[in-house]
Design a binder for this molecule. Sequence first.
Ligand code: ADP
Ligand code: MG
Length: 768
Amino acid sequence: MLSLDTPIQFVKGIGPGIAKTVAEKNVLCVEDLLYHLPFRYEDRLHPTPVEALKAGEMASVIGEVRGTVLLRTRSIPIFEMTIGQNLSTLKAMWFHGAFLKDRFKPGQMVALYGKVEPSRSSRSFKMIQPQFEILPDDHDDEQSRLLEVGRITPVYESLGGSRFASRWIRRTIYDLLEDLRGNVSETLPAALLARLQLPSREEALRQVHFPQAGTPMTHLQAWSTPAHRRLIFEELFYLELGLELKRKKFKERAGITFETNERVRLALRQVLPFHPTPAQKRALGEIVGDMRRLGPMRRLLQGDVGSGKTIVALQAMLVAIENGYQAALMAPTEILATQHYLSIRKLLERAAIPEGNLPYHVSLLTGSLEEDRKRAVRGKIFRGETDLVIGTHALIEEKVEFAKLGLVVVDEQHRFGVLQRFRLMKKPTDAEPDVLVMTATPIPRTLALSLYGDLDLSVLDELPPGRTPILTRQTTDERAPEVWDFVRKQVAKGHQAYVVYPVIEGAKDDQPELDFPEDGPKGDEAKSKPAAKPAKKTVKAQSLFGEKPAPKLKPRSAPDLKSAVEMYELLSNSSLAGLRLGLLHGRLSADEKEVTMRRFQRGEIDVLVATTVIEVGVDVPNATVMVIEHAERFGLAQLHQLRGRVGRGAAKSYCILMTGSTRSGAKVSAQGEERLAAMVRTQNGFELAELDLQQRGPGEFFGTRQAGLPDFRVANLLRDRALLELAKEEASQFVRCADNEATPEEKSRVWARLKEAWQRRYGLVEAG
Ligand code: ADP
Ligand code: MG
């Protein structure tokens, strides 16, 4: 008897061979195949007449093959096909299409899907490289006709070459659904489905694969039919249910009850260098509220670049320290850790210590410190001689043992990935320390709560007073002299500047410049091609064969990738000669970094030439210019963070995005242009994050892919936010048992399914 967990190889018509092929697409059992949903639909009941096509639109067209020809042009073979509907015709062409030569025969019916392009002859159209499907002819059996034409037809991503494409999938799924009729187990309580007006699981699966005639095409394409919503909801409901349970279980563990008496409050006031914004006050209130409770705190503090998260964290850490505990602050880069160390020590030293209190002991622990210094710091932490440890992930990795750890703050969490966060939280201590995670990534609230479903959320939704908007401009190398001139003028006014490059040194080492290279330059832009060297040998060989001496090869105009080290030299000796330049990148030793940071903070360096090591957190309010070269190579989140290094004081600040020379022929990709245009247009981190999320997709954006969280089967966090919120509400209600909607039997089925689902899909999180 077939069921949803039947391994795919036991399905009629599928043996071990095919099973092996589709296993590569993660289709292992019947259920997997049924959840391989169509990525689009074609209305083959009402196909578009050729006369109704409009240039520029995507369309699906059905017609009869009238003729084909393989054109051997000088460069590439082009396969051209004419299809006809009565008197109208449409041309389709495929470049490198020789392989199609024997696929089509005149008289065959075919379905094409592609972009409609105007053709040279005025009133006709063509499609270039359309997707195609050969439709069954009259001799074929009843069933294929039922599935392929005269209905809304599902189109699938292939499960392995053209053999396991749409037609095969349609037929297999159709047969499966017939065999399973009445036997698809339900995973959600009936009353819940009725209340949300969602169909049963079986009905939903049937409808997403073979929609009823009359189902609006727009709803189908947007995955918003009740059937789609049901399957998406189901997936999100189980995600949320798991998170809800984790959160509940966690809250029941014993944490620390911190006190906030007058002495603690006085200590907090002592270190504050300015009046906190109302948002900072509110966030601190929420954090301290958690800290006073017995249950351990797990809170996310979200605030755009420059919103002032550090001081809130410092106050929370002081609460812990004044209660006799140690606090740890973890930063994603050594530079940021070092800066936190320098500025926090300054604040704490300056504060007059309230009577009866001891001075604070602050230590820095980063990976590149020398071994014996690390050992010394670890010893101090272990013996409780350090109140506040500031460090990088070395804190997790170097087996640091705390005497009495009370609070962990993780700064700029988007770089850590989910996994590292969980590992940190697992540190064995007697009482569970409180954890505060900070991020500048403006994750929409629902997403934040769902992805970090075990965290509470505080938001800094305003900037400290007196900030002026940053003026952002995009330009090319041709105007570099003006740019450097502008930098000189700003320095003459007493300000400082950053100049940022994508790599440390030369094209040969295209090292991602982050301690956590999670969202470095992406895709086609990630690799710098080494500048083409004149190929001497080839030149000689050519002339040896008596040909005309080859012209001396000019260094190719391929974009030379400028690097921080080289440009530091070049600028020091040319455009910025006479100014005090500094160089900062990830390969310097901890000491060198610290010295340079300190000098830049003190204003002893005018222009800091750097890589993205300064991307997060660096805070020098006197810096007013951010020049980013090869700006098209950076991701949006990075650009936004980099720009956030200026505009932190009262003076007007500027961000200049440079994209190489127009003459070099270096082309910026369409996505790159979109990113730069967005940067020029807005400073709103939320808006930029939306675009970033769209460009990179949720997996990359949240770093869940790197962290091992699998992608969803049907849900899409960007598209399905509303359903996510609904799923969260329903899941938390289900856990609280607020109402008795589900029968005991349904409940136990839900728990069983959850266990199975989390094991299978989120196993890693559970283990973490
Ligand atoms: P981020 O949220 O990006 O980590 P920081 O904590 O580094 O921001 O703060 C940015 C800058 O704003 C720092 O120079 C900090 O001293 C300053 N700042 C923070 N809060 C206030 C405030 N309430 N009033 C004035 N300046 C503030
Ligand atoms: Mg910060």
